[in-house]
Design a protein around this ligand. Sequence first.
Ligand code: AP5
Length: 217
Amino acid sequence: MGPPGAGKGTQAKLLAKTYGIPQVSTGDILRQAVKDETPLGMKAKTYLSKGELVPDDIMIGIIKDRLQEPDCQKGWLFDGFPRTIWQAIALDTILAQKDLQLDAVVNIYVQQEELIKRLSGRRVCKNCGETFHVIFNPPVQDQICDKCGGPLYQREDDKEETVKRRLEVYQNRTKPLIDYYWEKDLLISVDGGTHSIEDVFKHICYDLSLKMKVKEG
Ligand code: AP5
């Protein structure tokens, strides 16, 4: 969890690799659907371009289907889900039906000024989705992905007006989930605004290992 630009996608990729589980990014799923012009993509397009949330019933359907896939059978890492109280309640029901529980919820907090800098400088690979930043995490070759050589682009919703709306939506609809997971004793909160990508990653891994030790007794 965390506001737009907090580093959820960046950290989720590192964590998924470390733990050998898939990164289930609802933002990536929606952007792919828009690119492929699927029926889901057609519905989602306007919400994404305005910085609004896609309706809960659509998102819950996507997650139910995604969790049935073979790569999720040994665990997964959500990136960008749940984002509303209703999504969180629906997730509890889905997990209860599978006799599963969340291990932890990682909340990355960053000041608004820093978020705007990050979103305006973010560049994403068109082929593999790898994320860069023109100043904080630049590619070796300008506009070219280090990982696959694909071209980099700026996300449509990283334009100034849409960013403003995404931040408001986060405050009103997603931030209340911090208390929801705090009360369930699942929350790990990490300062993602004043440390490097590597240091934030180390911090998350350390706190996660402590959380897992406590859980295992
Ligand atoms: P989504 O794709 O999830 O976007 P978001 O939440 O707005 O988050 P971002 O992807 O913008 O940021 P991030 O936190 O992943 O940061 P990143 O790692 O890239 O969702 C997009 C849209 O889809 C939503 O607006 C909504 O319409 C829809 N949607 C998705 N899920 C939904 C749901 N569950 N329900 C309803 N609608 C949904 O990092 C940002 C930049 O900072 C990068 O350039 C990176 O290199 C840099 N950076 C990262 N960490 C650091 C660091 N420590 N220091 C310096 N730079 C850093």
